[in-house]
Design a protein around this ligand. Structure first.
Ligand code: SF4
Length: 284
């Protein structure tokens, strides 16, 4: 059985007190508790402080381009659909640069798990405003306050067809670990949006800000009711409250299960796909 140490790469370089530490711990603990080892996971990262996890997590991994982690994860899953695939990204990377990919991965119900470090800023580039920031948020890139209203990630995911939508808080690592485990086990597109204070460049959405406003869903909350789920998903925007837990879950055939080509073997196991000379011959 693997340990957290087995999944540990280089020591993280995140700022002291950053919410990323809790997410890093939760991801590794979830993988251990699910019985994974560094060879049974494919991980892909976007660009940003979240993307630097590429160096801190020991697993098969790709550090992709800004906003392109999700299509890379989709490609990895289609190449070897027997592997669990994680995309670990930031809110700017996923809902900004990669917003189009996010929508279409939800529609396709691609069987990947997307974990979003949601801190409302571009931390790696010193705090420009990102898509989940509230209207009026002042930053280096918006000195008079951002004009647009924020993206609503939970609602967007549900409306576009994601079959597992959850929200966690990096201030509660054990709860977050359970959500990540559920997301990885879920068959279909899973989103875990994680409220992650950037202690260096976001002085509004702090740990105490979320502690005052975030709450865990009740045990009898019905996460299969899409109408109830949409109401919960809109609470951050409409009620300044942040529900934590599985907001919505449903069943729908995944993209890879819809492809007859993948019924018996993965693409990687097919001789044709290992014969690069033949592929070149076919296409040139
Ligand atoms: Fe965390 Fe912000 Fe520092 Fe990045 S800049 S490591 S998000 S505190």
């Amino acid at each position: 059985m693997s340990t957290v140490q087995d999944f540990s790469g280089y020591p993280p370089t995140w700022c002291p007190g950053c919410g990323n530490w809790g997410i890093g711990a939760a991801v590794k603990t979830a993988l251990v508790q699910l019985g994974h080892n560094p060879s049974s996971i494919l991980a892909v990262f976007g660009i940003g402080c979240s993307g630097n996890t590429n160096d801190f997590l020991n697993a098969y991994a790709i550090h992709s381009l800004h906003g392109r982690a999700i299509p890379t994860a989709v490609g990895m899953k289609l190449a070897n659909h027997k592997m669990s695939v994680l995309a670990i990204v930031g809110d700017g990377d996923c809902y900004g640069e990669g917003g189009n990919h996010f929508i279409h991965a939800c529609r396709g119900n691609h069987n990947i798990t997307v974990i979003v470090h949601d801190n409302c800023v571009y931390g790696l580039t010193t705090g420009q405003v990102a898509p989940t920031a509230q209207k009026g948020f002042k930053s280096k890139s918006t000195p008079s306050g951002i004009i647009e209203i924020p993206v609503t990630p939970l609602g967007l995911a549900i409306v576009e067809g994601a079959t597992f939508v959850a929200q966690g808080f990096t201030g509660n690592v054990s709860h977050l670990t359970e959500l990540i485990k559920k997301g990885i086990v879920h068959k279909g597109f899973s989103l875990i949006n994680v409220l992650q204070p950037c202690v260096s460049f976001n002085k509004i959405n702090t740990f105490s800000y979320y502690k005052e406003r975030a709450y865990q869903l009740a045990d009898d909350y019905n996460f299969q009711d899409i109408h109830v789920a949409l109401e919960k998903a809109l609470e951050p925007t409409l009620a300044d409250k942040f529900p934590l837990g599985v907001i919505y879950q449903s069943e729908r055939t995944t993209f890879d299960d819809s492809l007859p080509q993948l019924k018996e073997k993965t693409l990687l196991e097919k001789e044709r796909f290992l014969n690069y000379d033949k592929i070149l011959e076919d296409f040139v």
